[in-house]
Design a binder for this molecule. Structure first.
Ligand code: ZN
Length: 190
């Protein structure tokens, strides 16, 4: 009991920050949430704030360093805050040019289902089912991909891969430099 409290309070102290391409958490599978707590509600609200601040229309837990199955989506008419979302029905296909907040300046044409049905839980643990089509369906599929460690770059064609190679290298280099400067600061303090 005490352990959990300590863990939860430690978790709360971390401020959420957008993770960029190259961060290992973006490639890890998110864990299913077994017990929904106030902490999850807080994280979902913070995720929504980060999504709006970056003018995004969807965001998944791993994108802010949380390895749990949480997503937020808002394409302009309703904010969805979902826990453990799963696609249980897919119909038709659509192709959209997608970007990702974690991979700035990169876009990929992605083929996805046109209509889907999503099962999830809300903040109070209630089961909800959502039918979505077109853009909304696309965003849900994009965010649920994040929970599996899958990114839009995985859908890129040969030519798209060539085009974005430089950009991805730059992002990975930026990450390495950041890590390096952080460790330098640390060692200076010692
Ligand atoms: Zn994304």
């Amino acid at each position: 009991m005490q352990k959990t409290t300590l863990k939860e309070s430690l978790k709360e102290e971390q401020s959420l920050k957008l993770k960029l391409f190259g961060e290992p958490i973006l490639r890890r599978k998110a864990k299913a949430v077994k017990q929904i707590t106030d902490w999850h509600s807080k994280v979902l609200s913070q995720m929504a704030q980060i999504m709006y601040a970056h003018k995004g229309i969807g965001l998944a837990g791993p994108q802010v360093g949380i390895d749990e199955a949480l997503i937020v989506v808002d394409i302009g008419n309703e904010l969805y805050k979902l826990i453990n979302p799963k696609i249980i029905k897919k119909e038709g296909t659509q192709v959209m040019e997608e970007g990702c907040l974690s991979i700035p300046e990169v876009s990929v044409r992605v083929r996805r289902a046109k209509k889907i049905k999503v099962l999830a839980q809300d903040e109070s643990g209630r089961s909800i089912s959502i039918e979505a089509e077109n853009l909304l369906a696309c965003v849900f599929q994009h965010e649920i991909d994040h929970l599996k460690g899958k990114l839009i770059v995985d859908y890129a064609s040969f030519w798209e891969r060539l085009k974005m190679k430089k950009k991805l290298k730059e992002l990975e280099k930026r990450l390495k430099d950041e890590k390096l400067s952080q460790s330098e600061t640390k060692s200076c303090k010692l």
